[in-house]
Design a protein around this ligand. Structure first.
Ligand code: GBH
Length: 479
């Protein structure tokens, strides 16, 4: 096969990074193997009623044992990069002190296999699997956890830093803090708004302390990954009946501060937005925000990792009570977008990605941008050895077009990592929601690249998309 001529493709910049991502607890399994300690997700999964179907990550994709095959698969798909996370409890079973050599050995082998296959490893240090012993001492609501994270970062970097150039400190502090400590729908399942704000700050502090350790160790590229969502009014996502009012604009700004700028501004500007400080103060006080913390958090970073799935759609609704787990959201109505949704129920709004990227490059011009996650769950149809998932292909196609538009508008986007390499343990949803490019049969562990994976391989090979969409990007089920 030949690469189409440049003018037949929507070309991405030279050197654009194409890859896919996973996270340790979602794929590894082997939760009791080789000295791994217990994480808050092991505990959460064992608590009745927490995870759909009572599913756990005990086996997951059995990636801990099948890593060599999985790397071969990545090479076959032509991936240029693979973002994975290190399980803290494999490296330090109690979260501090003793190091478990077997745990580090696993990631060491994985990195070597990736490099041998020409797949560049991108390492995330924290993707939500906190060692249980640290949670027993207060978890992210306690400041000490940030210092323990810095020690752990040093240990991992010392072992892998000679071969791994790009490091993500923390994945999605908003989710870890607000879903884990505020709403209780993620581990550790706590429901205190004050603790959620404390956890947010300590996760940011962990990022700063970790980034400093990585920089001192000579890391080439350091990133923080945030779940970012453009905050939009219903009118901006296609509902013709609703035009934003001044009150809507205020609601949008407040929610943007809580969801996005609560993390962007400390990390990239060394300050909390005023409205966030006011909300934190009346919810949790500001005793946990110490002098010098913001300078620590504001370490130079090379990349901002963006996880984008769907916009946040809000409008003003005077009298609407705040979500008790999410103070500051009074007088705001969170509403769905008038758009088709994925199997998660998340509206599909590709323009949200272009809007977000352009806004980030305008407001935070110093930092390079990398999409560290984007993807969708659908109810895939397996027929023999094919998985027809045209909705997923259309999802990626449309989001990549949006990313391309943002690049043309000047956004410094360096790469795109699809979520996810393969179907895996989807947190509170267990195995019922499939985000993979590769289908996993959880009975047999057979891997089967979906049609979207074959399509993605072509995108990577051409470093771009065909100018003409090959099919209408509708959401109609497969014939
Ligand atoms: C990511 O988080 C995680 O990093 C990854 O591990 C996970 O598997 C993946 O997403 C898929 O879930 O209900 O319309 O208001 C995603 C963070 C936060 C994105 C909540 C969607 C709510 C959408 N998510 N958000 S909506």
């Amino acid at each position: 096969a030949t690469v189409p001529a440049r003018d037949e493709t929507l070309a991405f910049p030279d050197g654009f990074v194409w890859g896919a991502a996973t996270a340790a607890y979602q794929v590894e399994g082997a939760t009791r193997e080789d000295g791994r300690g217990v994480s808050i997700w092991d505990t959460f999964c064992r608590t009745p009623g927490r995870v759909a179907g009572g599913h756990t990550g005990d086996v997951a994709c059995d990636h801990y044992r099948r890593h060599a095959d999985d790397v071969r698969l990545m090479a076959e798909l032509g991936l240029g990069a693979y973002r994975f996370s290190v399980a803290w409890p494999r490296v330090q079973p109690s979260g501090s002190g003793a190091v478990n050599a077997a745990g580090l050995d696993f990631y060491d082998r994985l990195v070597d296999e990736l490099l041998a296959a020409d797949v560049v490893p991108y390492v995330t240090l924290y993707h939500w699997d906190l060692p249980q012993e640290l949670e027993d001492r207060g978890g992210w609501a306690e400041r000490d956890t940030a210092h323990r994270f810095a020690d752990y970062a040093r240990i991992v970097h010392r072992r892998l830093g000679d071969r791994v150039g790009t490091w993500v400190t923390v994945n999605e502090p908003w989710v870890a803090a607000f879903l884990g400590y505020g709403m209780g729908v993620h581990a550790p399942g706590r429901t205190s708004a004050a603790d959620a704000f404390r956890a947010s700050h300590h996760l940011l502090l962990a990022h700063g302390l970790g980034a400093r350790v990585l920089r001192d160790g000579g890391a080439r590229q350091i990133a923080l990954t945030l779940n970012l969502a453009p905050v939009m009014t219903p009118g901006q996502v296609g509902d013709p009946d609703l035009t934003p009012s001044a009150a809507d604009a205020e609601a949008v700004d407040r929610v943007d501060c809580l969801l996005n700028r609560q993390f962007l501004d400390p990390a990239l500007r060394g300050e909390y937005p005023e409205p966030v400080l006011a909300i934190v103060e009346r919810t949790a006080g500001l005793g946990h925000v110490r002098d010098g913390d913001l300078a620590t958090i504001n370490q130079p970073v090379d990349l901002l990792g963006i996880n984008y799935y769907t916009p946040c759609v809000v409008r003003a609704e005077p009298g609407e009570p705040p979500n008790p787990a999410y103070p500051g959201t009074e007088d705001v109505m969170f509403s769905g977008a008038h758009a088709p949704t994925t199997a998660m129920g998340w509206p599909i709004v590709p323009t949200g990605l272009s809007r977000l990227l352009v806004r980030l490059s305008r407001d935070y011009p110093e930092v390079g941008l990398l999409v560290t996650e984007n993807g969708a769950a659908f109810d895939d149809v397996v027929t023999g050895d094919r998985v027809h998932d045209p909705d997923r292909t259309a999802f990626f196609d449309n989001h990549l077009r949006a990313a391309h538009e943002a690049i043309e508008a000047g956004a410094d986007l360096r790469g795109f990592l699809a979520w996810s390499l393969m179907d895996n343990f989807e947190w509170g949803e267990g195995y019922r929601k499939r985000f993979g490019l590769v289908h996993v049969d959880f009975e047999t562990q057979r891997r089967l690249p979906k049609d979207s994976a074959l399509w993605y391989r072509e995108v990577i090979r051409c470093n771009g998309l065909r100018r003409e969409r090959t099919r209408r990007p509708t959401l109609e089920a497969v014939a």
